[in-house]
Write a protein that binds this ligand. Structure first.
Ligand code: HEM
Ligand SMILES: *[C@@H]1O[C@H](CO)[C@@H](O)[C@H](O)[C@H]1NC(C)=O
Ligand SMILES: *[C@@H]1O[C@H](CO)[C@@H](O)[C@H](O)[C@H]1NC(C)=O
Length: 523
């Protein structure tokens, strides 16, 4: 999985199974695996193994968190074809996300190329990535992000006005409102474009992409499993098929390129006229405002090529974290009232980082609802993964490191790590923001993980989320504005489930994405 709509597109190639299935099944049976003796749950199906339990349970984690209890932080799962190593052990996680011996899975690599283009951050070679990341970090540094605060505040004020306008109805589905608010925040703070300037076609396409990404079914799971064994040339050919889904994805890439190039041209003109061009991420990256001798900016075409990845990576991730957090807040009316008092007492420009309840709530939302709960990696070559705690193989042998072969898929089990009782305490499965307020650290481990609060929600290592500071400030601003003005409760007949399809999100009984809530104005 990844924060990008990877899996669901493969529905369209369900025509291939007929020929590929028997070959893959034979391959599975005869391929020896170095992780064969690592204990794990029994396979449920010849074709699917445990993948339906992992990816299509009623509620995300129904099986996964039970397996975590039964088998510990490292266990083996049956994939459609071959085995998958599920990893929530902190030392192993640190190794996998930091080690040059692991890369995104072949499926992710192919999809990134189709969605974002070969010059995007997600696709360039390891060396190029290092240099590009160093240059892009400038637009997402602590200082840069603070300069976008007023943009976030304006967007949050617009959202509360929309809520105000629709709060005559008994329940409001906050998902589309938050989705649009996050799209317009990215538009404004990253690209310097209002929703009107982004244009109707792009916004419509964006909603289509989000809808495609939110679907999940047995057929899609099988199609993705088969697609991940296709050679890249065949993959590219399939992506040119004239089906609706692929057309939507191709349109997204084209629209993003056009938009990115137009913005860069406009900034060049504005800079020549002596206007301020540094007020958004693109402006900071181009650095046109500086005098020609001190200029350090990236070339325009390099910046423009990142438009798609910025837009897609920053939208549903933040929107869904806020939705899932607000649902948990609705179940804790006392904490909600305390949080509101803290927000009301906040004086003028006081920094958000100085608000303990707000930040405890955000950390707990990220811990319990990492919107990328599983992120797949693949071994580039034969290598070794160290473990914090020894595990016992089915042969009785105890091991403190795991040998994996080139091509082995390992799942960075972010959600499971964030529920380890050994690291977060016995109530690890409960949403309890107060754990962040007690004198001792919420995280009981010695290992340092992730960029923020020992959480892996933003991953870690060289591919750590580029926008994590941006996302944290965005959530601080939006939650403050929302909770200051409104109270949140769940309707009595609430039947929303949490499901994984590209990202964790909420689905209603109808199967549609959404989360109806009782949103009332605080008098
Ligand atoms: C709560 C919100 C967010 C979460 C939980 C989140 C999570 C993640 C994760 C897990 C990854 C690693 C994906 C992988 O390598 O497989 C990632 C990468 C990325 N994220 Fe975020 N993200 C969030 C918000 C944002 C925002 C707001 C932006 C931009 C404005 C952003 C931009 C990116 C980019 C560009 C990458 C690719 C980094 C690289 O490959 O070097 N994210 N994010
Ligand atoms: C809310 O309603 C008012 C009055 O109908 C309208 O002028 C305003 O544009 C609406 N605001 C939003 C954000 O929809
Ligand atoms: C960019 O230029 C404008 C106009 O000359 C100026 O007002 C602004 O402070 C400059 N911004 C930065 C970050 O230097």
């Amino acid at each position: 999985m990844s924060p990008f709509p990877v899996h669901s597109l493969w529905f369209s190639i369900a025509l291939i199974p007929a020929t590929a299935l028997p070959v893959l099944l034979i391959y599975t049976i005869f391929r020896p695996s170095t992780i064969r003796n690592i204990p794990g749950p029994p396979s449920q199906s010849w074709i699917f193994g445990n993948t339906l339990q992992l990816l299509l349970p009623t509620q995300y984690g129904d099986y996964e968190f039970r397996w975590l209890k039964s088998y510990g932080p490292v266990y083996r799962l049956k994939n459609c074809f071959g085995d998958r190593l599920m990893v929530a052990d902190p030392a192993a996680l640190n190794c996998i996300v930091n080690s040059p011996h692991f890369k995104p899975s072949p499926m992710q690599e192919n999809m990134f190329e189709i969605l974002f283009g070969r010059e995007s951050l997600s696709c360039v070679s390891v060396q190029e990535h290092k240099a590009l990341r160093a240059a892009l970090n400038v637009g997402f540094s602590a200082v840069a992000v603070r300069s976008y605060q007023s943009i976030f505040e304006k967007a949050a004020a617009r959202l509360t006005e929309e809520l105000e306008n629709s709060s005559s109805t008994s329940t409001i589905d906050i998902c589309p409102l938050l989705g649009f608010a996050m799209l317009s925040t990215i538009g404004e703070a990253v690209l310097g474009q209002s929703p009107e300037e982004l244009g109707e076609e792009l916004i419509r396409n964006n909603f289509e992409i989000v809808a495609v990404a939110a679907s999940q079914s047995r057929q899609q799971i099988l199609a993705e499993a088969i697609a991940s064994h296709l050679p890249t040339w065949l993959f590219r050919a399939v992506a040119r098929l004239p089906t609706g889904t692929f057309k939507t994805v191709r349109d997204a890439k084209r629209l993003a390129y056009e938009l990115g190039n137009r913005i860069v041209q406009e900034k060049l003109v504005a800079a020549k006229e002596g206007l301020d061009t540094d007020s958004d991420v693109f402006g900071v990256l181009l650095n046109l405002n500086a005098s020609s001798t001190t200029r350090t900016g990236l070339p325009g075409n390099v910046v423009a090529a990142q438009t798609a990845v910025f837009m897609i990576a920053g939208q549903e991730t933040t929107a869904n974290t806020i939705t899932l957090g607000l649902r948990a807040l609705a179940r804790l009316p006392e904490f909600q009232a305390e949080l509101r008092s803290e927000i009301t007492a906040k004086a003028g420009n006081a920094p958000y980082d100085g608000m303990p309840l707000l930040n405890a709530f955000i950390k707990e939302s990220l811990r319990m609802f990492p919107v990328v709960p599983i992120d797949d990696r693949c071994a580039r070559e034969d290598t070794v993964i160290p473990l914090s705690e020894k595990i016992t193989l089915s042969t009785g042998e105890e091991i403190s490191q795991i040998h994996v072969e080139k091509g082995q898929v390992v799942s960075v089990a972010i959600a499971a790590f964030q529920r380890l009782e050994s690291r977060w305490g016995e109530d690890a499965h409960e949403f309890n923001p107060n754990r962040w307020l007690q004198g001792s650290s919420a995280y009981k481990g010695a290992e340092g993980l992730g960029p923020y609060a020992n959480l892996m929600s933003f991953l870690g290592g060289p591919h750590v989320c580029l926008g994590w500071r941006f996302a944290v400030l965005e959530m601080q601003v939006f939650i403050c504005e929302l909770v200051r003005q409104f109270s949140f409760a769940l309707p009595e007949d609430d039947n929303v489930r949490v499901r994984l399809a590209t990202t964790l999100h909420t689905v209603m009984a109808s199967g549609q994405t959404g989360s109806p809530m009782i949103v009332s104005r605080v008098s």
